[in-house]
Design a binder for this molecule. Sequence first.
Ligand code: TRP
Length: 373
Amino acid sequence: MVENFKVTPWEVTGDIDYDLLMKKFGTTPIDDALLKRLSKYGEVHPMLRRGIFYTHRDLNMLLDEYDKGNKFFLYTGRGPSGSTHLGHLMPWIFNKWIQDTFKVPMLFQMTDDEKFLFKDLTLKETRSLAYENALDFVALGFDPDTTKIILDTECIKELYPISLKVAKKVTFSTAKAVFGFDNSTNIGSIFFTTIQAAPAFLPTEMEGRQVPCLIPCGIDQDPHFRVARDVAPGLNYPKPTMLYCKMCPGLNGGDKMSSSDPMATIYTTDTAKDVKKKVGKAFTGGCTTVEEQRAKGGNPEVCAVFKYNYYLFEKDDNKINDMIVKCKAGEILCGECKMALTNKINVFLEEHQSKREAAKEIVDSMTFNGFKW
Ligand code: TRP
């Protein structure tokens, strides 16, 4: 079968077939039984109900341990290669919900080293981007007492011994097969996956007992964690549990919001005017004339404005269904939907931006080993 998409930790392109991707990676779907189980801990997050977080590895096992009183910790991260946009916030918002629901500590890794190695950026640039991105993370309200931020170049002393143990178990041929590296790849990139694995095992090292780890993140990160899970038993580390989401779509109708198209990307620092302009230009798949739209209706399935409601901005399932029905019947027009979404995004951003300012006061207190930004 020919795939017209590509999903790797460094490149996401094409029309992503998420079911096929799940089969290819060998992850397990989140089925009704698992959703029902999750509902015992609190109201199931819309991103789970709606199949945005849609696949996992070993989630049942993690919950079995949790039910026995063996708490897990959360781990996710960010590669600081540019300004934070809504696509980045999506999995972080979900992590915050997990933290609140299960009352668990969290590690947030910022891979300034990774983006130095893989992109045309200096270490100074990736570090200052990491600071800017960290403000957005902190602004989401993670518990400052139990949430710690790892900046790789600052926390390498804590990560390095674990990285070495992982590195000794991963051959060049595995790295080539998993990540598609070749002889022209710089050797830092080849080693990097061991650095991304390290936080998953850090609490186990620190506490001297197997501490379960849950990693909710985009499915594009699975290659790293396949390798980490493969080597874990041999190092007496628990295999991290994975919970994967789909990519956050772009406003242009594409499968991933990406800084390569700034007009289709809403940054956390955008002004209300920027948002209005960008949403105004969003792809809707609607008809070209009002008459035609009234007669034929629209197609929410391809509409970026609908997707934004579905992924992030409309939590009420009834309202989502209402939007679908009215759109298909030609009762609401794209202009109205765009205006409503613009307002929702601007309400969210206004609050986020003030929390982001306040985050400057606490971001120092949340660093893993007390490093100063
Ligand atoms: N490599 C990730 C990125 O490019 C950053 C990252 C580091 C990460 N550790 C993680 C993402 C753990 C998810 C989970 O964004």
